[in-house]
Every structure is written in C-alpha cells, then in structure tokens.
Design a protein around this ligand. Sequence first.
Ligand SMILES: [Zn+2]
Length: 187
Amino acid sequence: MREGILRQGVRHEGIFQGVGYEVDTTGEPLIVRLLYLLPEGGEPMECQVGLQTTGVSWGGGRWWFTCPLACCGRRVQKLYLPPEAQFFLCRHCHHLEYESRRQDVPTRVLWKMAKIEARLGTKKASFARPPPKPPRMWRSTYEKLVDQFYEAEMKAWAHFGLIAKEDLDPPQGHLRAHEGGRRARRE
Ligand SMILES: [Zn+2]
C-alpha cells in the first residue's frame, strides 16, 4: 500500500491496484479493511487487517500490517494475494501454502473460519476470535460453532507449525518452563 495512504488519525477509503480499502487510524485498533473480488468471481471478499506503527508517529513513523492469520500475526510490510489464493496473508504464510498445495489445508481451514464468522453475523473475517453470540442464536449452536472455529484454528496452527517450527515464536508455556528451569538451577 502506497506511502501516504497510511497516516495517523485518518479515515480514508479508496482503491489501490484493484483492491478497495478503508483505513481507520483515528483510534485503537488501527485497522484497514480490504475489499476485493477474486478472479474466479463469487462473493466480494472482505478482510480486516491490523496495522502497527514503529518509530516516530504522526506522519514520520513506519507502518506495518499484521498478517491476518491468527497463528502467524507477523508484522510485515506487504501482504500478498497470489493467484488461486483467497486471502491476503504475509509472504511467509503463502509460501507455506504453496509448499503444501497437495493437501491445501490452510485454504480449507481459512474458509471454514471465515464461514463460521459469517454465520455469526460478521462479514470481515478476522481469523482471530469468533464474534459474540448473535442475539437470536441458541447458545448450544453458538458453542458448537465456536468449538469448530477453534478446532480450525488449531489445524492451521498445527499445519503451519509443522513446516515452519523454527520460524515461529515458541509458545508462552515453553518460555515459562525454560525460565523456570533456569531459576531452579540458580536456587
Ligand atoms: Zn503470515
């Protein structure tokens, strides 16, 4: 996304290289909503992407996207939508997707998460957490969907984790255990 589009304290929309965007940096969280069509047609896609800034803010800072895949969340300069992909993700995530094309797990899993989010009344797939229960939905139905959502996320996590273990941050629990071990030795 071009320099200048991303600035502090703006609400702005437009089209950049065929992708519609709505930027809102007037408050927290900093977000950009991407609206786009896939080459093969179908429903318009809508995806909300988090933004981050580093360095001096208010114009001088550097802007980053947060990779929308919850189990990735990398701070990146670019998001990609390669041919045959449906979602803007970081280069890393798409690269992995290519490596595993035969299984095609991430795309299927992402679709599942997006579908559940849509059923719960949101159009912007966050891939992060399920939306709150719609007022007229049975609690049992809602809980079932939430379970499916997290199950799909686990699958994505397991899949990506398997291939790129060394590139991903170690889980919190692992870190804590490590620190604990060090402390124990000192005592
Ligand atoms: Zn990513």
